[in-house]
Structure formats: structure tokens, C-alpha cells
Design a protein around this ligand. Structure first.
Ligand code: FAD
Length: 318
């Protein structure tokens, strides 16, 4: 990924998509068909999530290997390092390499929901330990991504709430340990992302690391509120009022969602030097395609992309 980003022309932009492994075989088959269609949007890479504690290890590896080898997509395997054991991590890295996967998103993971008090295992306490481990074991074979939080990680919260400044030393540690790029937590407050980008640019150790904003298109009001709550993303008043006025009208919510995402992309493109946008697709195609179709700025700079309109029509989209 690092090389692919470096090879972009100065004004070129990219998109990338996140997928999670479906639970059933028929879900897997449906997703492959959708992935095939979505590859027409020409993502620079796709990522495959990893269930907390390695709960989806087999399915994540399966999906990642299929994307890399059968679909020819540059694939990033997410990997979490806490609440798991070293064998699971060793096995994942070995299988990723055997399948030609060159990119890992190195994450800490969250405490299991049922456990109020959480003791990370002794090998890995935070994502930086995984970044160091991958470097120790594989040198530069893997290009490594890490997570960033435009509103600050909830673990660093104090009486004033979340604060991105507090994460900076940990992000510096991850980059110094060998991380090549940063994908952010989803956000809807574009001002917070723009400030975060400025903050990272002001830190000498971070200023040259690729920052990729994570965007989750709005599909339904319920999913939107759930996802923003789980990820501790704040919702600007202008956005919540627009959506609240249309609760119960799913088509209107989808349309407003496309407008909101398009505005976010246009602001970021106009006010920063961000090169790419990562879409949390939730394995859905239409919402992502609608946003990319609508975003004229993105269209202009996504060189070599076939017209999405001609590739995608409502009949083809799940
Ligand atoms: P870390 O980088 O370890 O840090 C998280 C926070 O912990 C820091 O910001 C800081 O507040 C604190 N911290 C870190 N180091 C220290 C230290 N030495 N001392 C004190 N405090 C410290 N989860 C999954 O289970 N599966 C996935 O596939 C997945 N994909 C994700 C993809 C993206 C792009 C993002 C943003 C998150 C993803 N997550 C996933 C969620 C992630 O596991 C959680 O957000 C987790 O709480 C933190 O992971 P991290 O890698 O950011 O942790």
C-alpha cells in the first residue's frame, strides 16, 4: 500500500473499502459477487476485519486470501492482539504471507463485552506491541497500518471528554515502531477530522505518515446511531437535525446520508492534502457507490476508474 500510494500522481486520489467476513457460506458467496462488482470502482485496496480475540480468524483469513488471490485486490488483513494468544497471531501472519497478503492493520482490540475488568495478555498490551512483533518476525515483508482517532480514543478520556492530543504519544510510538499508514475511526464531524490532520502535521514524527479518513455511509437511522455510539463519534447538530426530521423514511435518510458524506469528502479534499478515503462498507454496495458517484471532486481525481454509473445500476446493487 505504501508503494501504491507513493506511485499516485500528485493530484490523484484513491478509495478503499472495508469488509467483514460473513457468517454463512451463502453470505460468503453473495459477498464475493458484490466484491466482484465493487472492484469496478477501482479501490486501491480493501481491508478485511478481524473478530475480537480472533473469533473470526478462519473466516477472515479465507476472505482475505480470496480477495488477494482470486479477485486480485490488494488486501489488508486486520489483526487484533489482545484477549487472544500468540499462536493465533503467529498462525494469522504465517497464513497471510503464504497467501501473498502484504498488508496488516495492526490493532489492539477491545475488551470482551462481558468483562468489566480486563487484563490484556502478557505478550501484547497495545497495538504498538503487535507492530513491533510483526517487524521482529517479518522485517519489511508486511506494510503495516494502524488506527487513529480524530476525536481521541475513549481510553484517553478525562473529565473534559475525549481528546486527540492524548493519543499522540501512542500514535508516535506506533509509527516509530514501523507503521506506514493510519486509518481513522469513523467520524461525522468534519471539522474534528480537519483539526486532527493539522495536529498530526504539527508532530515531526507523524507529519509524513499517510492519514486515511474512515467514512461510514449512512444507510439507515438505526445503523447510523448505533455505529456512531459504538465508535464514540460525535454528531454535529446540523447533521442530527437533518436526519431526525426524516426518521421513519428510509429513502429520505439514504439521500440525506449521501449529501452528508459528499459534503465531508468535498471539505476534506478542498482543505487538506488527504489522498484517499476509506469506506466502512458494512458489506453493502449501494451506499458506497452512491457517495462515490455523487462526489464530483472524487470522480475527477479517481483516474483510471471506469464510470461507476455505467457499471452499477440499482438492479445489480444489493
Ligand atoms: P492502541 O493503539 O493500543 O491504543 C488505543 C488507546 O489506548 C490509545 O489511544 C491510548 O488512549 C491507549 N494507550 C495505548 N497505549 C498506551 C500505553 N502504553 N499507556 C496508556 N494508554 C495507552 N477491532 C476489532 O476487534 N477488529 C477489527 O477488525 C477492528 N478494525 C478497526 C479498524 C479501524 C480503522 C479502527 C479505527 C478500529 C478498529 N477496531 C477493530 C477497533 C480497535 O480494536 C479499538 O478501537 C481498540 O479500542 C483500540 O485499538 P488501537 O489499535 O487503536 O489501540
Amino acid at each position: 500500500i505504501k508503494e501504491k500510494i507513493q506511485a499516485l500522481k500528485p493530484n490523484q486520489r484513491f478509495i478503499s473499502f472495508e469488509f467483514f467476513p460473513p457468517k454463512t457460506d451463502s453470505g460468503f458467496r453473495n459477498l464475493l459477487a458484490r466484491l466482484n462488482r465493487m472492484s469496478a470502482m477501482n479501490p486501491l485496496f480493501i481491508t478485511v476485519t478481524w473478530g475480537a480475540g480472533g473469533s473470526t480468524s478462519e473466516k477472515s483469513l479465507d476472505l482475505a486470501a480470496t480477495c488477494q488471490n482470486d479477485l486480485g485486490l490488494t488486501t489488508v488483513l486486520h489483526l487484533t492482539c489482545t484477549n487472544t494468544n500468540k499462536e493465533i497471531i503467529d498462525d494469522a501472519l504465517k497464513k497471510a504471507k503464504e497467501n501473498g497478503i502484504r498488508n496488516i492493520l495492526a490493532l489492539r482490540g477491545d475488551p470482551p463485552r462481558a468483562e468489566e475488568y480486563w487484563t490484556p495478555n502478557c505478550d501484547f498490551n497495545s497495538a504498538v506491541d503487535l507492530v513491533r512483533y510483526i517487524k521482529e518476525q517479518y522485517n519489511d515483508y508486511f506494510c503495516i497500518g494502524v488506527a487513529g482517532y480524530p476525536e481521541g480514543h475513549v481510553d484517553g478520556s478525562d473529565s473534559l471528554g475525549q481528546n486527540p492530543q492524548k493519543d499522540i504519544p501512542y500514535l508516535v510510538e506506533k509509527v516509530e515502531a514501523g507503521a506506514d499508514f493510519i486509518i481513522t475511526q469513523l467520524f461525522y464531524d468534519v471539522d474534528k477530522f480537519i483539526s486532527y490532520n493539522k495536529l498530526l502535521k504539527s508532530v515531526p514524527e507523524l507529519k509524513d505518515t499517510t492519514l486515511i479518513p474512515g467514512l461510514m455511509p449512512i444507510t439507515t437511522y438505526k445503523v447510523f446511531t448505533r455505529a456512531s455510539k459504538l465508535s464514540h463519534a460525535s454528531i454535529p447538530k446540523a447533521i442530527s437535525s437533518k436526519l431526525e426530521a426524516s426518521i421513519g423514511n428510509d429513502d429520505a435518510i439514504k439521500g440525506i446520508g449521501v449529501d452528508i458524506m459528499t459534503d465531508i469528502i468535498e471539505r476534506i479534499t478542498a482543505e487538506t492534502d488527504i489522498k484517499g478515503f476509506h469506506f466502512y462498507s458494512l458489506n453493502l454496495e449501494k451506499a458506497v457507490a452512491s457517495v462515490i458517484n455523487r462526489s464530483h471532486i472524487l470522480q475527477t481525481y479517481l483516474e483510471n476508474s471506469p464510470s461507476i454509473e455505467s457499471e452499477m445500476n440499482d438492479d445489480a446493487i444489493a
